[in-house]
Design a protein around this ligand. Structure first.
Ligand code: NI
Length: 136
């Protein structure tokens, strides 16, 4: 039996969406308010979903304490109260859109998990806008 367990987490972070190789006008047209040169913040809500077999001994797919600690070290400690555009190396040359942040989170967490697990990242940038990524 393969079961999916989900762990929620949260971080606040600032960003600016723009491309250095585009004019201000083009950046404004594509990214709108998210191109604000003075940055702006979001309250990101994260759901980390791990799918795997139930361990016969423990009855768990994964110990939630283990998953919680991975999320803390890889995401919360790395992103919370940071300016993603300025302070987080993964976004030095990558626009910190919700899409790209989800892929970066996936790539950080996946190597920390048992290879038999499937991982899906759900990232809410606003209560109404969210993305999912599962390594496809
Ligand atoms: Ni934004």
């Amino acid at each position: 039996m393969r079961v999916t367990v989900h762990r929620k987490a949260h971080f606040n972070a600032a960003h600016r969406l723009y491309r250095k190789d585009w004019s201000f006008e083009k950046n404004h047209e594509i990214f709108g308010k998210c191109n604000n040169p003075n940055y702006h913040g979001h309250n990101y809500e994260l759901i980390v979903s791990v799918t795997g077999e139930i361990d016969k001994e423990t009855g768990y797919v994964i110990d939630m304490k283990v998953l919680k600690d991975i999320i803390k070290s890889e995401v919360e400690d790395a992103f919370d109260h940071k300016n993603l555009s300025v302070e987080v190396s993964e976004f030095e040359n990558l626009n910190p859109t919700a899409e790209n942040i989800a892929v970066v989170i996936y790539d950080k967490i996946k190597p920390k998990l048992n290879k038999n697990f499937d991982l899906e990242i759900t990232l809410y940038e606003t209560p109404r806008n969210f993305v999912t990524y599962s390594g496809e």
